[in-house]
Design a protein around this ligand. Structure first.
Ligand code: WTA
Length: 630
């Protein structure tokens, strides 16, 4: 185990990781329970297949649960706060959580799930979601959690891509005043994906629903009489642990594959050192388990470290905008980790929601998912942190498995809007437009990583070629993150945002191609292009440019039909904010849309479009500028 407690430790370990990389990660892997300890640490370099701890044998759920039985069996592992503040919260000690996971694992086994099988999970944020993930890990099945805001079509696409024949769901999801009938969405998805043989449903909300036998099985029935002891299976270090889908610049979402030992070591190392959680602390990560943050910092990181984690089913603005602060006070949360979009949403409600809350249990605040602007940072610091609590701005990705660049709470200094320094063992570089490393300390460029790290995704599931094309080809020998960044004189990194065709709306990554494909399905839309623009709350909003067969089409009707279409195809998170009907799109001679120009138009710029001489149709820019925005 590596515990960085001082700036001097940070310097020492940074150096050690550079001179003896394997020695560094061997030390980070030392305190786990290995059924066979790794002799091999890392193999391969960026550009080829990389492995970590490949010759080891272990089980991740055993490391999250059984390993703590000797010293923490009666410590709370998980506190669950329900959507409704009037409903009772639930809590589980490590012993109780282990038991729940073992019953769940045995139920999965009874229903025929085997090691290596992919299991899609589509659920509300309830404890059973965490049980199901850990139960998969216990029996060596590969979990594939799909955020329960995705449409039936998106769910089906993920089922097909992962090859899953098994899905775990909750009947519904309560989110604020709304109740989302998940089972109905799943039924639609399974019409498109008949490959699914079993749908295991947890009863959560109360709507009437139909169960299709023998496919659909209630958990409360299937788990009757199942043993509460389930021996964890041994898996090898590079056996797959989970698949998680994320949007790509082009084409369908990519299923990033994370493997067992490297992910485990990286999740624990980053959790321990970034957040500096101590005995008795309570860690609250507000992310849904459907995203990587929910995997690494709601579930695996805290449990591997033997910490107490809080899971929240609801939303920050219901019943009112004081909900987060009420929950912090009620449970005495010490570490609060959320996204800038939530901070900006709450900022808009002013200071009244803070009336009567103390927030004095807080020790550390975190931010993740998108760049945090200076104003939101200050607001967070002053009002939530009461100007006394450090903020860690953590930069990382689904692909990186865990945090890569961040302040370490109370150890290294924070700097508003900067993720600051890479964690020891992480080697970021900035590459200029010639693909050369920016040699000066201060500079700007494409953010790449130079050395492999244990938490890195190993491949796009079933598509190594796509993994290479997306991450390894742009700058040979480096991992390309898709982000741009600046570095100051002290080596602090500030992430400036995506430099590829991904738009981050409220912290969710959305590929332009996915949205365009959905818009193009509308019978009146001939061609479309979407770009991101700065949005005061969501970080970025989506602006759509449409070429329509009838340019005089009714705008209101068109907009409402398009939003319905995007919701159906992708889910509500991908809905564009605004549109323009245009006569054409700015294209290069090779037919490529010049998004650079569209981005400027969406940002309400009216001049300085740079060199438009390579455009096939430069006159179109003026026309687009005149088109009504609706
Ligand atoms: C962005 C989320 C600025 C970035 C963990 C990255 C950030 C993408 C930060 C990955 C941050 C994440 N500052 N930008 N602290 N954290 N990002 O895969 O563009 O959902 O590439 O992983 O979010 O999003 P993902």
């Amino acid at each position: 185990m590596i515990h960085i407690k001082t700036q001097a430790d940070h310097d020492k370990y940074t150096k050690m990781a550079r001179t003896d990389r394997d020695g560094f990660w061997r030390e980070a892997s030392a305190s786990f329970f290995w059924r066979k300890a790794p002799k091999l640490i890392s193999q391969g370099k960026l550009g080829e297949k990389v492995t970590w701890f490949e010759d080891s044998l272990l089980n991740l759920s055993e490391n999250c649960l059984d390993r703590h039985m000797a010293s923490k069996a009666n410590q709370t592992a998980l506190i669950w706060e329900p959507n409704s503040p009037d409903a009772p919260s639930r809590s589980f000690t490590y012993r109780e959580l282990k038991r729940e996971v073992e019953v769940f694992a045995n139920t999965l086994k009874k229903l025929g799930v085997k090691k290596g099988d992919r299991v899609v999970i589509y659920m509300a944020m309830i404890p059973e979601l965490m049980f199901s993930v850990l139960a998969c890990a216990r029996i060596g099945a590969v979990h594939c959690v799909v955020f329960a805001g995705f449409s039936a079509k998106s769910l089906s696409a993920r089922i097909e891509d992962s090859g899953a024949e098994f899905i775990i769901i909750s009947s519904g999801a309560a989110r604020g005043a709304k109740c989302i009938p998940l089972k109905g969405i799943v039924d639609d998805a399974l019409m498109m994906s008949p490959r699914v043989k079993t749908c295991l449903a947890i009863k959560h909300t109360d709507e009437a629903l139909s169960m299709k036998t023998p496919r659909d099985v209630w958990y409360h029935e299937a788990s009757i009489g199942v043993s509460d002891s389930c021996e964890a299976v041994s898996v090898s270090g590079e056996d797959p642990l989970f698949i998680l889908y994320t949007s790509g610049s082009t084409g369908k979402p990519k299923g990033l594959l994370h493997t067992t030992a490297g992910y485990m070591v990286y999740a624990e190392y980053t959790f321990r050192n970034v957040f500096q959680v101590q005995q008795g602390d309570l860690f609250w990560c507000t992310a849904d388990l459907g995203w990587i943050t929910g995997h690494t910092y709601l579930t695996y990181g805290p449990l591997l470290s033997g910490a107490t984690t809080l899971m929240f089913e609801g939303i920050p603005t219901w019943p009112d905008a004081s909900r987060f602060w009420q929950v912090i006070d009620r449970h005495q949360v010490t570490h609060f980790y959320t996204a800038p979009t939530a901070i900006r949403t709450l900022e808009a409600f002013g200071l009244t929601p803070f009336t009567g809350v103390a927030l004095d249990s807080l020790k550390v605040l975190g931010s993740v998912g998108e760049p945090i602007n200076e104003e939101a940072w200050q607001w967070y610091f002053e009002n939530v942190g009461r100007s006394r609590v450090p903020i860690v701005d953590t930069w990382w990705q689904t692909e990186t498995g865990g945090i890569m660049i961040s302040t370490l709470a109370g150890v290294t200094p924070a700097l508003p809007t900067f993720a600051t320094l890479p964690l020891p063992g992480v080697e970021p570089v900035l590459l200029n437009s010639d693909g050369k490393e920016v040699a000066t300390q201060a500079g700007e460029g494409a953010l790449c990583i130079k050395e492999p790290w244990p938490g890195m995704a190993r491949t796009v599931f079933g598509d190594w070629q796509r993994y290479q094309d997306t991450y390894l080809k742009a700058y040979p020998g480096y991992y390309f993150t898709g982000d741009g960044a600046k570095r100051d004189d002290h080596g602090n990194y500030r992430i400036t945002g995506r430099i590829d065709d991904i738009i981050i709306v409220s912290g969710h990554n959305i590929g332009t191609a996915e949205v365009e494909d959905a818009l193009d399905l509308h019978p009146s839309v001939v061609e479309s292009a979407v770009v991101g623009y700065s949005h005061p709350v969501k970080g970025q909003g989506i602006h759509g440019f449409l070429i329509c067969s009838d340019p005089s089409i009714d705008r209101d009707k068109l907009k409402s039909e398009l939003l319905t279409l995007v919701t159906r195809e992708l889910g509500p998170i991908a809905k564009p904010e605004r549109f323009q009907v245009v006569a054409g799109l700015p294209k290069t001679r090779s037919g490529k849309i010049m998004r650079r120009i569209l981005r400027k138009i969406a940002e309400a710029e009216t001049k300085d479009f740079g060199d438009v001489s390579t455009l096939l149709n430069p006159e179109i820019v003026d026309q687009i500028l005149k088109a009504e925005i609706f």
